[in-house]
Design a protein around this ligand. Structure first.
Ligand SMILES: Cc1ncc(COP(=O)(O)O)c(C=O)c1O
Length: 382
């Protein structure tokens, strides 16, 4: 039996989601834009899912646009939505630890003549609110931030940040992909203008997500085509995928408290064991501001890639940095931004727990890890 501790990369699809998707694929193949009964049945699936995601987020169903994932949602927010909001303004404020699905659109904006300020994080991965406020100018059209970092799990104080943006009259977009089902995301309390999410990080299928946009402003679609999604996203809806997202969102809402408690307990047990059994380790990221399921650890002097491979051979899946085009592991830009050297960043692994992980698995990892770390360290010293 393999032990999967890479839930920030993707999560196993929940049985309830598989069942719902199979049912929709089999029984509701209609095109939601068709006016006959088959179309209406498919449309009902899409709208039921919209209500479920809206209930999880505390927004109106009409404020959600289904997409092919969080990347598309963020590309829409930083593309046509931003252009609709910006007027003559040409400045965006963000951070230096963003996910590529936001960072790459920011680079594209710079190429198009926009100015982007990337506020640096501290050595613990925290954003300084005064620095954020100071980065905002009358030219600023948008503040866009990763709510919970996928690599370190550091959670930014989004409520205070959104209040700061509101007070300055600046729109704010957050990537909440890692948050849903792991921490409360209530758009009645957090004054965001836009938010990106993805189904596959919360027990749903890949290739489905949504963009929340407060108050339904007019903007050009990123994908031009038919009038789907109230003319904001052309193309026939991925009905089974959307239905799967709806079920995953309902599970996330009902299980939030139990999940966050259980994930934190397992994650802490893993860290306590690592700290007790393995010398020269340190945790990356502010321990009091972490996503409940995420543990990022530097094993001093270890080639993280080798440790990852050794763990994989033992049946344990974890993550290190991000694979680059050649398949090699690049040192994490997030850890570099937190002031780690490339060597320290390469010595760091991410463990992320989720549905299906139990105490026995954590013990099993703790039984094998010390020896593997010692062996990889010895190989490096040889
Ligand atoms: C923080 C964050 N944002 C965005 C994405 C991209 O999501 P998707 O795969 O749905 O495009 C991911 C997942 O890789 C992520 O972790």
């Amino acid at each position: 039996m393999r032990i999967y501790l890479d839930h920030n990369a993707t999560t196993p699809v929940r049985e309830e989601v598989v069942d719902a998707m199979a049912r929709v694929l089999r029984d509701h193949f209609g095109n939601p834009s068709s006016v006959h009964a088959e179309g209406a049945a498919a449309r009902a699936e899409v709208e039921r899912a919209r209500e479920s995601v809206a209930a999880l987020l505390g927004c109106a169903p009409r404020e959600l646009i289904f997409s092919a994932g969080a990347s598309e949602a963020s590309n829409t927010a930083l593309g046509p939505l931003l252009r609709a909001w910006a007027g003559a303004k040409r400045h965006v404020v963000s951070s230096n630890v963003e996910h590529p699905s936001v960072e790459e659109p920011l680079v594209a904006l710079e190429r198009a003549g926009w100015r982007v300020t990337r506020v640096p994080v501290s050595s613990e991965g925290r954003l300084d609110l005064e620095q954020l406020a100071a980065a905002i100018s009358p030219q600023t059209a948008l503040l866009t931030l990763l709510w919970a970092n996928n690599e370190t799990g550091v959670v930014q104080p989004m409520q205070r940040i959104s209040e700061l943006a509101r007070a300055r009259g600046v729109r704010i977009h957050a990537d909440a992909t890692q948050c849903l089902g792991r921490l409360p995301v209530d758009l009645r309390a957090v004054a965001l203008d836009a938010l990106s999410l993805s189904a596959h990080k919360l027990g749903g299928p890949k290739g489905v997500g949504a963009l929340f946009v407060r108050g339904e402003p007019e903007f050009e679609p990123l994908l031009r085509g038919g009038p789907q999604e109230r003319r904001r996203r052309g193309g026939t809806e991925n009905v089974p995928g959307i239905a799967g997202l709806g079920v995953a969102a309902a599970l996330a809402a009902s299980e939030l408290e139990a999940r966050s408690h259980e994930y934190a307990r397992l994650r802490d047990r893993l860290w306590d064991g690592i700290a007790a059994k393995i010398p020269r380790v340190r945790r990356n990221g502010a321990a009091d501001a972490l996503l409940c399921n995420t543990l990022n650890v530097e094993f001093e002097g270890v080639a993280g890639e080798l440790l990852l491979q050794a763990l994989d051979l033992e049946g344990i899946a974890v993550s290190a940095g991000a694979a680059c085009a050649s398949g090699a592991i690049e040192p994490s830009h997030v850890l570099l931004a937190m002031g780690r050297s490339p060597r320290q960043a390469r010595a760091s692994l991410r463990f992320s727990v989720g549905h299906g992980v139990d105490d026995g698995q954590i013990e099993c990892v703790l039984a094998r890890l010390p020896d593997l770390v010692a062996r990889v360290r010895a190989a490096g010293d040889a």
